[in-house]
Design a binder for this molecule. Structure first.
Ligand code: NAD
Length: 512
């Protein structure tokens, strides 16, 4: 295959695939076959078998038994295993980045970037393994000591989406592992081979370190396999990344058994462009945000809210920039935009373009499906721009494709804020301005209601050091940096009496 894909598969040890679920370096599964075709050229890459209910039972009980041992290993020693896993990621960055690009369709640079995110979160997790600390408090009772500590939580279920097929897994697992948890991962059924490649790397390092089986486990298949996890009482936490529709089902299923969820769902991200914006940077930020990963990032820029004073200037500059975009094989580094994930995604993209026209939108940059040489997979589309109103039904929805809606605001920043916050999703947001008052208003309590609010950079491209996630229909979860690790542990408050008396809290008298 072109662009060294065969070599990459070989380096990852998955050229002769007969994989499926796994609790270590061996793979087993007895369900239906899932074939993986590349959206890049439509070629068959390989197949895995889906996990059956019986297979799942084996995975879950192995993970549960493994957890009982793993949790006893001191956290810094767990960190050392993650450090070695990270060495392997560094060594295999190029082939894994290539497989991500080929199976998912994002550019090779973005594929490498995704593996770099895995490396970054592992570095973070290794340091964290010596900092899983609670607080000490002063007891109201004499001769008493009070503190809190964090213990490993258990077996964590990770369900992930196709668009970040490897990074989301490690955002969860790198932290969960140093926290002392075992993880069962169900990757997207649209990108099964990247999941198998990751499991191979982790399981090999774990085995070399004598880590019990099941600490890194993989299950394969569609939502039915996800449901084995969401219904499983042995899993105290389900971390699920994907559509809002999926998140609502998962949240209810897990809540029924009083489990915890960490939800990372859809976005509808906007950039506000004020009269004081730097137009050059606005164009770069908006265009990368709208067309990067072919509009298939949860943080992709969907809406541009532009002040009327600069509306025409910014609009013309962006329309102009779209003329420079090269669409084609994402492994060819001359191209900016690769394909959508599959033909269903193409259908959704076309429907959105129809709908915005029906609702009265004005197409500024025509979309369409590309045909001919290099576009045989049928998944390559032209990034489109439409002038639209925020209240249009289609604008209120997340279409996971490169369709950018632009709209005008007049008057003060409050008006732009109302539009930006006037959607159900609350993931990422940005303002382009050199005006301190506008920037601070945007970040204030009356400002953006999103989990991510940026000034003078676009909506996409977060770093791992901060907590990542959003509010409202985005699900409220936080992953990755800051204190996101706490959700992977259980908190315990301890009070120790070192006197010969037994005083009660709140001064309550109880004499015998
Ligand atoms: P999807 O919702 O179709 O699938 C996501 C995962 O959930 C898959 O593994 C799928 O098999 C599983 N799933 C679906 N229904 C389930 C159920 N009832 N029970 C258990 N598991 C179930 O999403 P997708 O098309 O793969 O990804 C695109 C979506 O993901 C977009 O909405 C995007 O914004 C969102 N996303 C969000 C973030 C974030 O961090 N907020 C990151 C990446 C993607």
């Amino acid at each position: 295959k072109k662009f060294g894909i065969d070599k990459a598969l070989e380096e990852l040890g998955i050229s002769e695939m007969n994989a499926g679920s796994s609790t270590g370096t061996d793979f087993f599964a007895n369900g239906e076959e899932i074939k993986s075709y590349s959206p890049v050229d439509g070629a068959y890459i390989g197949s895995v078998k889906a996990t059956t209910k019986e297979d799942y039972e084996k995975v879950a009980s192995t993970a549960f038994e493994g957890f009982k041992e793993w949790r006893k290993l001191p956290a810094p020693q767990r960190g050392e295993v993650v450090r070695q896993f990270n060495d392997e990621l560094r060594r295999l960055k190029a082939p894994l980045g290539k497989l991500v690009s080929y199976e998912m369709g994002k550019s090779y640079q973005e594929g490498l970037g995704e593996v770099q995110e895995m490396i970054d979160i592992c570095d973070f997790a290794v340091g964290l393994s010596r900092q899983l600390h609670g607080l000490t408090m002063h007891s109201e009772r004499p001769g008493h000591r009070m503190y809190e500590q964090y213990h490993p939580l258990g077996v964590v279920g990770v369900i992930s989406a196709f668009n970040f097929p490897v990074a989301v897994w490690s955002w969860n697992t790198a932290l969960a592992w140093v926290c002392g948890d075992a993880c069962i991962w169900k990757g997207s059924e649209k990108t099964p081979l990247t999941s198998v490649a990751c499991q191979k790397i982790a399981a090999r390092v774990f085995e070399q370190n004598g880590v019990p089986a099941g600490i890194s486990s993989l299950v394969t298949g569609d939502y039915k396999v996800g449901e084995y996890m969401t219904n499983d009482e042995r899993l105290p936490l389900i971390s699920a990344t994907g559509s809002t529709r999926m998140g609502k089902v998962v949240a209810q299923t897990v809540a029924k058994r009083l489990g915890k969820t960490l939800l990372e769902l859809g976005g509808n991200n906007a950039i506000i462009v004020t009269p004081d914006a730097d137009v050059k940077n606005t164009v770069i930020g908006a265009v990368f945000g709208a067309v990067g990963t072919c509009g298939q990032r949860c943080t992709s820029t969907r809406r541009l809210i532009i002040h009327e004073d600069v509306y025409d200037k910014v609009k013309d500059a962006i329309v102009d920039a779209y003329k420079q975009i090269k669409i084609g094989n994402p492994l060819d580094e001359n191209n900016h935009v690769g394909p959508l994930i599959d033909k269903d995604a193409v259908k959704n993209y076309l429907t959105a373009l129809e709908k915005v026209k029906e609702e009265g939108g004005n197409i500024l940059v025509e979309g369409g499906v590309l045909e001919g040489e290099g576009y045989e997979s049928g998944c390559y589309v032209k990034p489109a721009i439409a002038e639209a109103e925020n209240h249009f039904e289609i604008v209120q929805h997340e279409t996971f494709a490169p369709v950018l809606y632009i709209m005008k605001y007049s008057g003060s920043i409050e008006n732009a804020m109302g539009l930006q916050n006037g959607v159900r999703q609350g993931l990422s947001s940005a303002i382009m301005t050199n005006n301190l008052r506008e920037a601070e208003y945007f970040l204030s309590v009356e400002g953006s209601d999103c989990g991510i609010a940026n000034v003078n950079i676009g909506t996409s491209g977060a770093e791992i050091g901060g907590a990542f996630g959003g509010e409202k229909d985005t699900g409220g979860g936080r992953e990755s940096g800051s204190d996101a690790w706490k959700i992977y542990m259980r908190r315990q408050t301890n009070t120790i009496n070192y006197t010969t008396e037994l005083p009660l809290a709140q001064g309550i008298k109880f004499d015998l």
